[in-house]
Design a binder for this molecule. Structure first.
Ligand SMILES: [Zn+2]
Ligand SMILES: [Zn+2]
Length: 193
């Protein structure tokens, strides 16, 4: 959210999130009602965060994130808990030269351009996923990922037994390339029935 955006605040002295002046931002009240007190996970990177009264972002504290980037849309559906660092990079507008994907929800997520370790195809890897698990994002698809995992497992076994694991026909197939054909085939079968 733009830093200069004025959020609506309410005077609610007894609210658990009230600051020293007894003021709470409206979106924090609504999110608090939606998800409840205590510890939650960041909507983006899943790190554990908890409610802390008062303003001022701090480490480990819940920041209320407006999914549609509209600071005035305080509908519960539009509010999610976020850690401070995810909220920071979300609030900076994505520039045309930056890479991003548009999620089904319409939200844009920054990405890093990567090349698949199996089929070398270019793909977008979301930045929040890098934070969540740096090992992710080696492949463009689940089927390529399966191939990579199987290759690595075979390598491990080979190292253990001291000679290469014999190839089977199955290993030579690159499922990814056949995926589309298989799909049409199964659809065709359905129609025939
Ligand atoms: Zn986060
Ligand atoms: Zn691939």
């Amino acid at each position: 959210m733009p830093g200069n955006m004025k959020y609506k605040s309410l005077r609610m002295k007894d609210h658990p999130l009230a600051n020293r002046d007894g003021v709470v931002q409206e979106h924090r009240i609504i999110l608090y009602d939606k998800i409840g007190p205590g510890t939650h996970r960041c909507h983006w990177c899943k790190v554990k965060i908890k409610w802390a009264p008062g303003k001022g972002p701090r480490r480990g504290a819940i920041v209320t994130d407006h999914l549609d980037n509209n600071g005035k849309n305080n509908k519960p559906k539009n509010l999610v808990p976020s850690c401070n660092s995810c909220n920071m990079w979300r609030s900076k507008k994505i520039q045309p030269e930056e890479s991003f994907i548009t999620l089904p929800s319409g939200i844009r997520s920054r990405t890093e351009i990567r090349y698949c370790k199996v089929c070398v195809k270019m793909f977008h890897h979301p930045l929040w996923a890098i934070k969540k698990n740096p090992v992710w994002g080696q492949c463009c698809s689940r089927s390529c990922d399966n191939i990579l995992r199987w290759t690595m497992r075979k390598q491990k076994i080979s190292n253990k037994i001291g000679y290469p694991v014999p190839m089977r026909n199955r290993d030579l197939q690159i499922e990814h390339a056949n995926e589309e054909e298989e799909e049409t085939e199964s659809k065709g079968r359905k129609i025939r029935r």
